[in-house]
Write a protein that binds this ligand. Sequence first.
Ligand code: UDP
Length: 327
Amino acid sequence: MTNILVTGGAGYIGSHACKALAAAGYTPVTYDNLVTGWQDAVKFGPFERGDLLDRDRLDEVFAKHQPAAVMHFAALSQVGEAMSQPGRYWANNVTGSLNLIEAATAAGCLNFVFSSTCATYGDHDNVVLDENTPQHPLNAYGASKRAIEDILRDFEAAHGLKHVIFRYFNVAGADPEGEVGEFHRPETHLVPLMLDAIDGKRDALTVFGTDYDTPDGTCIRDYVHVCDLVDAHVLGLKWLEHDKGSRVFNLGTGSGFSVMEVIERSKSVTNREVPYNIGPRRAGDCTKLVSGSTRAEAELGWKPGRSTLQTMISDAWRWHQNGHYDR
Ligand code: UDP
């Protein structure tokens, strides 16, 4: 079996990636410090607890498991927190990733799949974003991810580190079989917060701003089902295995939905009211982030078959009602 080192494998996207890797015949080795991840979510391969800032521990794990590739999900990823604590984002995301990239290179593990973000683009006046759109991030989260992309390019030039960079749009939904799902503490993401508000697990949702330059005044995002997203990662791994070279792919469907449209769809999926109130804008939010590219579909053969709002919300709702993690 081929080992793949999955940083952040105990988190939302990483745990779904581990499931997809196992289904494709790989052994996912999770490396996670459990600061935002859940040990319960590690179900599909070995677990190595460790921090990206701990280079000795990384070297030990590379030596023990001899991974053929790295999938790097571990990161701090909240826009609001990135605005108020930028230092944490630069230290954890950039210094942590640099350690990982150096450890991988030193171990001769030269295939690297990286989770980047559409937040690296920033605001572009309502245009759809393709991989060549200039990157002008509005917050330290996006800026830290852009910096890591630059590090990967430098390490390719110097050390031959081949990489696939995925710039995610908004990830939602959950494993339809309910083995893993989305569970953050604290939760900051729209869909799980809304589902909590629907069944009274928390107060009403606050809509962050209704004065954006969009048809209903709320921000527009391109939502992708987590299972589709991780399928792209397996395709990205195969891309590297076939020596196709380093490449950047947007992972979005090209369909944007406003916060109000997500609320409306959640009402019809759950058959319940969504309690919400209107609040001010959240610092660091872009007006519209929609992928304008079909590169992943054309070149990787990616088929995002579950990424309708209907399926994403109903899969998230099923997990919300039945699933949870303990540490
Ligand atoms: N949002 C909102 N209320 C919330 C959380 C999010 O109105 O309590 C909005 C947010 O402003 C953005 C969209 O929902 O336009 C998606 O936000 P999320 O935090 O889920 O993902 P992000 O876009 O930050 O990656």
